[in-house]
Design a protein around this ligand. Sequence first.
Ligand SMILES: NC(=O)c1ccc[n+]([C@@H]2O[C@H](COP(=O)([O-])OP(=O)(O)OC[C@H]3O[C@@H](n4cnc5c(N)ncnc54)[C@H](OP(=O)(O)O)[C@@H]3O)[C@@H](O)[C@H]2O)c1
Length: 280
Amino acid sequence: MSAKTNPVPAVSAQGARIPLLGLGTWDLRGRVCADMVEAALRLGYRLIDTAEMYDNERFVGEGLRASGVKRDDVFLTTKIWPSHFAADDLPGAARDCLKRLGVSEVDLLLLHWPNPQIPLPETIGALCKVKRDGLARHIGVSNFNTALIEAAWKATSEPLVCDQVECHPYLDQSKVMAACRRHGMAMTAYSPIAQGKAGGDKVLARIGAAHNKTAAQICLRFLVEQNIVVIPRTSKAARLSENAAIFDFSLSDGEMAEISALSRAGRRLIPAGFGRPDWD
Ligand SMILES: NC(=O)c1ccc[n+]([C@@H]2O[C@H](COP(=O)([O-])OP(=O)(O)OC[C@H]3O[C@@H](n4cnc5c(N)ncnc54)[C@H](OP(=O)(O)O)[C@@H]3O)[C@@H](O)[C@H]2O)c1
């Protein structure tokens, strides 16, 4: 089954409708990036995740146009790198993203990482203005812990629709999740298959055998079952359909508990950046 035969469900968050499944594009470059974006959209994916830092927005735009899928039907996310967080820099950086992508607005513009060097109210104010100026339909944050989520909400005049954070069965993100829920935000899981490691997990594979699914599919299902948006990346066309075939079965409470038990302290793959080791 593909996402095409079964449209991807979406979560509602602060006025946004965000597909529960998208394609991550970190480290996809050039033709491979354009081809994977095109193939994913043809298959039924409706969310593409990129960032100015990935150096691939031009190819994401190419794939988008080659797919033939209407622009309005695709939820396009990009992210502003922290070196562009000053009020004078952020609008120009956002315009450069749009230029590279070849679109007039993105669906979601995120702050990629917190930047303690620049006051958060200044950055959030600039992000809100970019939204009001029509460059982004929705705005949000990434790699924000609970304290920063609270600070961002104090500073914002526009709704923040999501926090994109590292999230997979090996990392307990329940605190950030609770903060997102309190504010009606979606949580998006990056590295949702633990950068491929979940694909070889024995517990996930055993649960998968009972559902005729792979370990990676069980891993993704575990997240979407909690209404967490997943953006797995792959450079292989066959895995696009594997990663999309997660909406035709569900996990029992016992299976969910067994997968939750895989999380341990210190299982973070991406180190907390910008001098913020104390994460939650
Ligand atoms: N906001 C942030 O700071 C941040 C940080 C990191 C990532 N992200 C976003 O999140 C996306 C996903 O995270 P990620 O790229 O770090 O890791 P990921 O999606 O968890 O894992 C990607 C790796 O898993 C492999 N893979 C894909 N499907 C598989 C399957 N069905 N079975 C086994 N292995 C599989 C891929 O290899 P193949 O290519 O060989 O399939 C690739 O090596 C990124 O691409 C990016 O868009 C955001």
